[in-house]
Write a protein that binds this ligand. Sequence first.
Ligand code: SAM
Length: 240
Amino acid sequence: MSYLFVHEDREYLLDPGERFESDLGILEVPEDVEPGDVVETHLGTGFTVRRLRGPDLFNHLERTGAPMMPRDVGLVVGKTGVAAGDRVLDAGTGTGILSAYMGRLGADVVTYEIDPEFAEVARENMAVAGVEDAVEVRTGDVTDDLDELSGFDVVTLDTEDAPTVVERTPTLLDRGGSLAVYSPFVENTREVVVAATEVGLDNVETLDTIQREMDFDDRGSRPSTGGVGHTGYLTFARRP
Ligand SMILES: C[S@@+](CC[C@H](N)C(=O)[O-])C[C@H]1O[C@@H](n2cnc3c(N)ncnc32)[C@H](O)[C@@H]1O
């Protein structure tokens, strides 16, 4: 199992038994390391051992396809209500951040990744996240398998061809099931909305996710002038 090793603003993802070198010295990770331990480098710098949680996965898993930011994952979880025991169809896997979060919630996730190398990395990422039993990463184009897929409580999509999958949600989703689609551009978002409306989904709603971080300093408090504003558009809908 991997852990985070934290010293001030430095964080490293390391495994028991691993040897890691940085300008702070050589860190020999003991085999029996546990969260809360402080492990010192040969120069005496202490690293606190931390268990991985969702935001750590976003910050430290190996990246392939652009990962969904925790704030957008939060919206997907909040609006779909994805929960333990749900069957989820996800595409594309990419880095696997959304899949890993949903697996950690206790959902059974089937996720498709068209790029075989990305799929391999995603499988390794699911193991690092400790959700390899909850998240099945299938290599392939999700649109090729739509005839064989059905009975999902939630469908989550983050691909350009999402509208093609949305058209099939009346058979993919169980009654009352939820759809969430992340689209980086408004043109693609509109295609998603049109597809969802045409196949008769209810409660079709698109949100532009913008968040502002607050700065607190000696002079006063105000929203930060830096950072990421817009990330993408999230469209939600329900099968009647
Ligand atoms: C933006 S990433 C997804 C990121 C993911 N939601 C996460 O949180 O890490 C999109 C991924 O979808 C994959 N993809 C695109 N079209 C696909 C398809 N039809 N079937 C399966 N995967 C697809 C791409 O290769 C890419 O890795």
